[in-house]
Design a protein around this ligand. Structure first.
Ligand code: NDP
Length: 483
């Protein structure tokens, strides 16, 4: 049997094996088999990475902004040049359809570098003049070494969404991708070497969350942690980081409502709801997993929605025509299937899907779940309260706007919400009343990178995106000069 490719950490500008010499298998979810190995790193590797970052940070902070910006543009260029290789790697690593990786994930990773390469040039200070007294001005200074920890669902997209602003703002970075999807982060290391990023400015340490992630979080020389992942992990990170007074940005889970009023354009609502429910097998933190439809149009919507979902084909993510691929791991597949069983125990009816799919050929051992629609559950049950993070939605009718809002706001999460209506006043009124960090009206997943992004309630603390991210990765000092 051919030996499997071994991925490396990227520390101090070099591809580096883990100190322990231990590796973990990297599984291709569509095939259900290991296809490479990643470093099973630990606190020793994190210590080396933080030391390299600490050495590199002062010179990087002193590098003229234009030069930092040019280097980030160069990384974006190389990502674009390697689009096909990266999209294939992400599809194999994650199980997502290659067409999605090619058109969304990888272009967005390049866009993250490009956007922050430009944003840093426009990152301004403020000045406040108090006549005859003083001039106050703000000074944004890099925090030093930033820790960035990201999840598996949009591997390169979310990894670069943190790394790019941290680097642009003049920090050195120690980053950990999800152990479940390490490949594109590994390829990014090679791209950074080729781009000429100075040694130690970006360090990528692969391995398990409770070893590598936690070692980054508790390291005394990493004063800022930007984390995207599950709410339980976020709680643990907050508990560890708070006594050390670290800066924290936590982008956590969601249980997002999708409200469809009777006055909506139903065709558009239906087409977009299919995407917002099942894109990336429902493994996008912004997917709408609770759909509320006004009584007058409930039957009409459901007839069309159920018919379309029953026709959705699940298959090999490397096939160009596949729209629904594999879920990310065997454990995650079982978690999703357990939730579907729980929904039935709670009195729910499966009106579409509900089963594991076993394709023929190379994917026969892969982790596939049918797109699933469940009805008949009330808001208090676990199926409607807990994040499933798979191709599973619940649907429920509502009578009034007040009832829709009570349902929508009736969980501990508050990441995003989608509203379908042609009534302008209602759109604004409902947007203001929804407890969610982002509200889409008659659209989904449309976002300008300059706008703030983050959750309310258990969906997170802090805002990423645009100048918010640059502010997070800098200390803002207030200087007052007597006049
Ligand atoms: P996890 O919370 O399990 O993991 C996220 C990252 O944290 C991974 O790199 C993980 O490593 C690491 N990690 C795990 N334990 C620790 C620890 N104790 N200390 C430090 N780091 C740790 O999330 P998932 O990877 O399962 O991602 C899915 C979750 O992410 C969902 O809840 C989803 O909603 C959320 N998410 C939120 C987004 C947002 O913007 N709000 C966007 C995308 C996803 P390892 O992989 O080795 O466990």
């Amino acid at each position: 049997m051919a030996t499997m490719e071994k991925l490396s950490n990227y520390i101090d500008g070099k591809l580096t094996p883990p100190v322990s010499g231990h590796y973990l298998d990297n599984i291709e979810p569509a095939a259900g088999t290991a296809y490479s190995q990643l470093p099973d790193s630990d606190e020793q590797d994190v210590a080396l990475a933080v030391a390299a970052a600490t050495r590199a940070a002062p010179a990087w902070a002193a590098t003229p902004i234009e030069k930092r910006s040019a280097l980030l543009h160069r990384i974006a260029d190389l990502i674009e040049q390697r689009l096909e290789e990266l999209a294939r790697a992400e599809s194999i690593d994650n199980g997502k359809p290659i067409a999605l990786a090619r058109t969304v994930d990888i272009p967005r990773a390049a866009a993250n570098f490009r956007y922050f390469a430009s944003a840093i040039i426009n990152f301004t200070s403020q000045a406040y003049v108090t006549p005859d007294k003083g001039l106050n001005y703000t000074l944004h200074q890099p925090v030093g070494v930033a820790g960035c920890i990201s999840p598996w669902n949009l591997p390169l997209y979310l990894f670069t969404w943190k790394i790019a602003p941290a680097l642009a703002a003049g920090n050195a970075v120690v980053a950990k991708p999800s152990e479940v999807t390490p490949m594109t982060a590994f390829l990014l290391s090679k791209i950074c070497i080729e781009a000429g990023l100075p040694a130690g400015v970006l360090n990528i340490v692969h391995g398990l969350g409770n070893k590598v992630g936690e070692a980054i979080v508790v390291h005394p020389d990493v004063p800022a942690i930007s984390f995207t992942g599950g709410t339980a992990t976020g709680q643990r990170i907050a508990a560890k980081a708070a006594p050390m007074f670290k800066k924290l940005s936590l982008e956590l889970g969601g249980k997002n409502p999708n409200i469809i009023f009777a006055d909506a354009d139903l065709d558009e609502a239906l087409a977009t709801t299919l995407r917002s429910s099942f894109a990336n097998q429902g493994q996008i933190c912004l997917c709408g997993s609770r759909i509320y439809v006004q009584q007058e149009v409930y039957d009409k919507f459901m007839d069309a929605f159920v018919a379309k979902v029953r026709k959705m084909q699940v298959g090999d993510p490397l096939e160009e025509t596949t729209k629904t691929g594999a879920v990310v791991s065997e454990a995650h597949m079982h978690k999703i299937l357990d939730y579907i069983r729980l929904a039935q125990e709670e009195g729910g009816t499966i009106v579409a899907g509900g089963e594991r799919v076993v394709p023929e050929g190379r994917c026969r051992n892969g982790y596939f779940v049918q797109p699933t629609i469940i009805t008949g559950l009330d808001i208090g049950c676990r199926t409607n309260q807990e994040e499933i993070f798979g191709p599973v939605v619940t649907v429920q009718p509502f009578a009034t706007e007040k009832e829709a809002l009570a349902l929508a706001n009736g969980t501990g999460y508050g990441l995003s919400a989608t509203v379908w209506t042609s009534n302008l006043q209602r759109a604004h009124r409902v947007a203001a009343a929804l407890q969610a960090g982002i509200v889409w009206i008659n659209c989904w997943l449309v976002r300008d990178l300059r706008t703030p992004f983050g959750g309310m309630k258990q969906s997170g603390v802090g805002r990423e995106g645009g100048m918010h991210a640059l502010e997070f990765f800098t200390e803002t000092k207030n200087v007052c000069v007597k006049v």
